[in-house]
Design a protein around this ligand. Structure first.
Ligand code: ADP
Length: 488
C-alpha cells in the first residue's frame, strides 16, 4: 500500500477536489496572462506606430544640416510613454542622423534591411545591446527633401511589470481560493461520510450474540442507505443461518441422546442381576439395534453436513429410469414380504437421465422405505417410472395413513416428523425426505407430494431427461432447501 496515500476517504476526496480545482485555476490563470501579454503588446505596438506618425512631423534639418526633433511640441510631456520613447534616424545607406538622449549609445539596429519601413511600418520586438527588450517600429520618410529611416521603440518593461503584478495577484487569489475550497471540501466530505462512521461503529458492535441488531438507514435513497440495506440483508441471512445451525445442533443432540439413553438403560438393567446366556443375548441384541439406529442417524447427519459444506459432488452417469425403479424395489422385496405389503413396479417409461446413480437411488430408497414403513399389513405400494413432456419421473404411491395437508409443506424439513413416537419407533429421525429433496434439486429436478386416491400419499421425483440435465458438480444455492425448521 502507498504510504503517502491518506487513510481517510474524506482527506483523499478533499485532495482530489483541491488538485482538480488547482489544475483548472492554473489553466485559467495561464490563459488570462497569455491574453493580457498579447493585448498589452498589441497596444504598445499601436502606440509606437501612432507616436512614430507624430514624430514624422517634428523632425527637421537645421541650418547646419543636423537633424533635430522639435521638443517644444509637447506642452504636457507628463506622458510616461512619450518620455520613454527611444528614437533613432538613419539615412537610407545606414548613416546615423539622430539618436535621442534616452537611447544613448545603444543602437536600434544597424543599417536598414531591405524593404524596412517602405510603404508601411515595419514592426518587431528586438533586444538592445544592454538586454532591454523593446517594441520597435520603423518607417521611411522624407524630411526637407532628404529620405530618412525613422526607428522608434518603447521598452516592454512596463508590459512585463503589469504581467508580474497580475501574476502575484493571481497567485495570492489561487492560494486563498484553494485554501477555502480545501476547508469547505473537507467539511462537506466529512459531513457526507458521517453516517458511514456511524454504520461502522454499529457494525463493530454486532456479534453472534446480537445479530438481530441492524444498521441505521436514515438516508434510504442514497448510496450509503443502499449499502446499509445490503448489509442489513446480509445480517438477516446470517441470523437465519445461525438460527438454523442452532436448531440443527439441538435437534441432532436430541436425536443422538435418545438411542444412547436406551443403550445405557438396557445395559444397566442387564447388569442388575445375574442372567441366563439367552437373556444376555437378547440384551446385547437390543443394544445392537440401537447402535444400528445411531449409525444410520450419524450417516444421515454426515450426509447433511457434507451437503451443507458443498463437499458432495455428483458423479453423473446415464441411468435408465425403469432400471432404477426395479433396482430400488428389489432392495425392499424382503421387507415388503415380511410386513405383508404388496410392492409392485410399473416401469412404463423408456427415458434415460443423467445423474449420480448412488445418490438418486438413495433418494428413491428413502421415499420407498417410508411408504413401506407407514403402510400396514395388506397394504399396496406402487413404484412407477413415468415419461413426462419435460423429462421423466419416479412415483411412489402407498395406501398408508397419508400426510395431512397442513404438514405437507414442512415434511421435507430436517427432523420434521408427523408422529414423533411412531416415527422414531420405526427408526426414523426425520432426515430421509430432506436428504431426498436435496439430492433431487442438486440434479435440477424437484420433488412433490400429493394425496393418493386410496388415502395414502404419492411422492413424485421429477428429473430432466438426459441432455437437458444441468451438467454441474453440485448446486451451491440449495441452502433454503437444506434449511430445517425444527421439530413440530
Ligand atoms: P423418517 O426417517 O422419520 O421417516 P422422513 O424425513 O423420511 O423421516 O419423513 C418425515 C416424516 O414424514 C416421517 O416421520 C413421517 O411422519 C412422514 N412420512 C414420510 N413418508 C410418509 C408416508 N409415506 N406415509 C405417511 N407419513 C410419511
Amino acid at each position: 500500500m502507498n504510504r503517502f496515500r491518506p487513510s481517510h476517504i474524506r482527506t483523499r476526496l478533499t485532495l482530489w477536489y483541491v488538485s482538480l480545482l488547482a489544475g483548472l485555476l492554473l489553466l485559467y490563470g495561464a490563459g488570462t496572462l497569455a491574453l493580457l501579454l498579447r493585448n498589452l503588446n498589441k497596444e504598445l505596438a499601436a502606440h509606437t506606430v501612432e507616436d512614430l506618425e507624430t514624430l514624422e512631423g517634428l523632425l527637421y534639418f537645421d541650418s547646419q544640416g543636423q537633424l533635430k526633433l522639435r521638443e517644444d511640441y509637447h506642452n504636457h510631456p507628463e506622458s510616461k510613454h512619450v518620455q520613454e520613447r527611444l528614437l533613432e534616424v538613419r539615412s537610407p545607406d545606414g548613416a546615423l542622423l539622430y539618436r535621442n538622449d534616452r537611447l544613448g549609445s545603444r543602437a536600434l539596429g544597424g543599417a536598414p534591411f531591405r524593404g524596412e519601413g517602405e510603404g508601411t511600418y515595419s514592426q518587431r520586438s528586438v533586444r538592445l545591446s544592454d538586454g532591454t527588450r523593446v517594441q520597435l517600429a520603423s518607417r521611411r520618410h522624407v524630411i526637407d527633401g532628404r529620405p530618412v529611416l525613422i526607428r522608434l521603440a518603447y521598452s516592454q518593461v512596463l508590459v512585463w511589470r503589469a504581467l508580474d503584478e497580475m501574476l502575484i495577484a493571481q497567485s495570492a487569489g489561487l492560494i486563498l481560493a484553494l485554501g477555502l475550497a480545501g476547508l469547505g471540501g473537507y467539511a462537506l466530505a466529512r459531513r457526507a461520510l458521517a453516517p458511514l462512521d456511524e454504520m461502522a461503529g454499529q457494525a463493530e458492535r454486532i456479534t453472534s450474540e446480537n445479530l438481530h441488531e441492524r444498521l441505521p438507514t436514515e438516508s434510504v435513497d442514497d448510496e450509503l442507505g443502499h449499502m446499509a440495506r445490503v448489509f442489513n440483508c446480509t445480517l438477516t441471512r446470517l441470523e437465519q443461518s445461525f438460527e438454523q445451525l442452532r436448531r440443527f445442533t439441538s435437534d441432532a443432540s436430541h436425536e443422538l441422546r435418545t438411542p444412547l439413553t436406551l443403550i445405557r438403560s438396557v445395559g444397566e438393567v442387564g447388569l442388575q442381576k445375574g442372567r441366563t446366556a439367552e437373556e444376555y443375548r437378547e440384551i446385547v441384541g437390543s443394544m445392537l439395534e440401537e447402535v444400528n439406529r445411531l449409525t444410520r442417524l450419524l450417516d444421515s447427519l454426515l450426509t447433511i453436513s457434507r451437503a451443507d459444506a458443498g463437499q458432495i459432488s455428483l458423479r453423473p452417469a446415464l441411468i435408465r429410469m425403469p432400471d432404477l425403479a426395479r433396482e430400488c424395489a428389489g432392495l425392499f422385496e424382503a421387507l415388503a414380504e415380511e410386513k405383508g405389503v404388496c410392492l409392485s413396479v410399473e416401469a412404463a417409461s423408456s427415458a434415460n437421465i443423467q445423474g449420480d446413480p448412488i445418490l438418486l437411488r438413495q433418494a428413491v430408497v428413502n421415499i420407498l422405505h417410508n411408504a413401506l414403513k407407514y403402510s400396514s399389513s395388506g397394504g399396496v405400494v406402487v413404484l412407477r417410472s413415468v415419461d413426462l413432456a419435460s423429462g421423466c419421473a419416479i412415483e411412489v404411491e402407498d395406501d398408508g395413513p397419508g400426510i395431512p395437508e397442513e404438514h405437507r409443506e414442512r415434511i421435507f424439513d430436517r427432523f420434521y416428523r408427523l408422529d414423533e413416537g411412531r416415527s422414531r419407533g420405526a427408526g426414523g429421525a426425520g432426515l430421509g425426505l430432506s436428504i431426498a429433496k436435496w439430492t433431487v434439486q442438486a440434479h435440477g429436478g424437484r420433488i412433490d407430494l400429493r394425496p393418493a386416491p386410496g388415502g395414502g400419499c404419492i411422492f413424485r421425483i421429477t428429473l430432466p431427461a438426459a441432455g437437458c440435465a444441468p451438467n454441474r458438480a453440485l448446486r451451491t444455492d440449495l441452502e433454503p432447501v437444506l434449511s430445517g425448521r425444527g421439530r413440530v
